[in-house]
Design a protein around this ligand. Structure first.
Ligand code: F6P
Length: 506
């Protein structure tokens, strides 16, 4: 899940974003499970690495620009050797611009809070995969305990005027505790990066009511898509009879507090990515190193190996494509960049094995001495290299069974500076709500349709492809990372004004 690199590599910049008075100049405290930098030692050699996930990659440049404190689980081997007496370290290590406050979790907590309730209960439940849910009382106990621990750390770090910005499903219970500790003047924002399921699915959630109550401690709860927002409100209305949902404004009143829900789809630093894609000039060497011919079309995919990502389903569609259309044998290569993730959970190790097996089968079935249908990229790819590959790739395949957003879509589009590639996108990704029309939309379980659409994408006339990619680029640039932050900023200011007004009117 982590990529090892020298600390100076791959710094995201937020070029052209001048919102230095973000959140009205209030102190910013971000809380996430993953830390943006971790310290490890291999054979006595220090390495500082950054996780590959979209969440940390998106927020790190914001923090670098704005400053403040980021609170997260210290999961590095030697993180403790690089903090001061208050468990803090300045980051990025080579030129610190904000503070990382590390939170120590016991092995038992990691097993129960992280691998347990977060990833064996909430993750599958929110991805509507009920048969994958595995619940235990100890998972819940330590999820509660860890949320309280994080809330305690927030209360040590945040002033009573701070903007506290929680990230994701690891902290559904923390807002309530934080509110009690820091008081009414602090602003509590929470972004839920994964889907929120319908009530019919959520009602299967153990301790669902407590989770909803915890989340209603926030001033703002953000989702990537309207349907996730709608589902959340439906769950509140169904599970908490004392809560009042205003469907017109998307607000919930509960125990004299108001929580606003908003659809604020995340984006990427579009301009920076396109600049990096433009300046990459080693693609020919890359191709050669993986034995891919110059005139072979490339269909790229990048993801953590997760059952929600629809990797076996995509492999089925590709197999059918090559089976039905001999013309694509030898002329299209699927370039797969997968990283292992959460392997100690059986559902993850199972899908890893299935993917490996299918790749071998397909390569054995269709491969020739001069052509390998599926090429797995095992080397670490620097960001610039990845964007350069996206620029050159004829197709990008994003085929989740269910996904909150999926930022690979936006990264691919931002890298497509020549507008000659095409995005093939599952209708189950949050990104589909924004990008589904100009992209080639697929239903990941419908293998026949998926294979046909791959064929359609590969044969699309250049002008049509360019028109569609330009539409995609227009959408991604107007919904980039700056927009995501500015929208949070606008809601936070609005909440602050409303709160001030209600104080003066009392
Ligand atoms: O929101 C989902 C997410 O937190 C992503 O940001 C990230 O890609 C992934 O999950 C990281 O998973 P983990 O931190 O459990 O490895």
């Amino acid at each position: 899940m982590y990529t090892i690199q020298t600390p100076t590599d791959d710094r995201n910049e937020l070029a052209g974003w001048n919102n230095d008075s973000l959140f009205g100049g209030r102190e910013l405290v971000v809380v996430s499970n993953r830390q943006p930098y971790r310290h490890d030692k291999t054979d006595g050699e220090l390495s500082v690495s950054r996780p590959t996930g979209g969440l940390t990659a998106s927020l790190d440049p914001v923090m670098q620009r704005v400053g403040g404190t980021w609170i997260a689980w210290a999961d590095g081997d030697v993180d403790d050797e690089y903090v001061d007496d208050d468990d803090c370290v300045g980051v990025p290590p080579e030129d610190p611009s904000y503070t990382l406050r590390r939170v120590w979790l016991s092995d038992e907590q990691v097993q129960n809070y992280y691998f347990g309730f977060s990833n064996r209960v909430l993750w599958p439940l929110c991805h509507s995969s009920l048969s994958t849910v595995r619940s235990k009382q100890s998972y819940w106990e330590q999820y509660k305990e860890t949320n309280e621990q994080f809330a305690e750390v927030v209360s040590q770090e945040a002033s009573d005027q701070a903007v506290i910005w929680l990230q994701d499903y690891h902290f559904a219970l923390a807002p309530d505790h934080i509110r009690a500790a820091v008081g009414d003047d602090a602003l509590l924002l929470h972004f839920w990066h994964i889907p929120w399921p319908s009530w019919d699915v959520f009602r299967a959630c153990p301790h669902g009511k407590e989770l909803l109550r915890g989340l209603l401690g926030n001033d703002l709860l953000g989702f990537h898509a309207d349907r996730f927002c709608h589902n959340f409100l439906e769950c509140v209305e169904s599970a908490l009879p004392n809560a009042t949902v205003n469907w017109r404004t998307g607000t919930v009143s509960y125990q004299s507090e108001t929580t606003r829900t908003r659809t604020i789809p995340i984006g990427v630093p579009f301009d920076d990515i396109q600049e990096q894609a433009r300046s990459y000039d080693e693609f020919d060497e890359f191709r050669q190193s993986y034995g891919i011919d110059e005139d072979t079309k490339i269909a790229v995919s990048v993801e953590r190996i997760d059952y929600s990502k629809g990797i076996p389903e995509r492999l089925n569609a590709l197999e059918l494509l090559w089976e039905r259309n001999p013309r694509w044998r030898g002329s299209v290569t699927h370039l797969m960049n997968c990283s292992e993730s959460r392997s100690e959970i059986a559902a993850y190790s199972d899908v890893q094995q299935r993917v490996e097996k299918r790749v071998t089968q397909i390569n054995e079935r269709f491969g020739t001495p001069g052509w390998q249908p599926i090429v797995e990229v095992t080397d670490y790819l620097r960001q610039q290299e990845l964007y350069g590959i996206y620029r050159e790739a004829d197709l990008c395949l994003v085929s989740p069974i269910r996904d909150g957003m999926n930022l690979i879509t936006h990264e691919y589009i931002a890298s497509q500076v020549d507008s000659d590639g095409m995005l093939v996108l599952s209708d189950q990704a949050g990104a589909h709500d924004l990008l589904g029309e100009p992209a080639i939309s697929v239903s990941p379980h419908d293998t026949g349709q998926f294979a046909d659409r791959l064929s359609k994408a590969l044969t699309m006339p250049p002008q049509k492809r360019q028109d569609r990619m330009e539409q995609l680029r227009q959408i991604a640039t107007t919904n980039d990372l700056h927009t995501w932050i500015d929208k949070h900023d606008a809601v936070a200011r609005q909440v602050a004004t409303e709160r001030q007004r209600s104080k003066t009117s009392v």
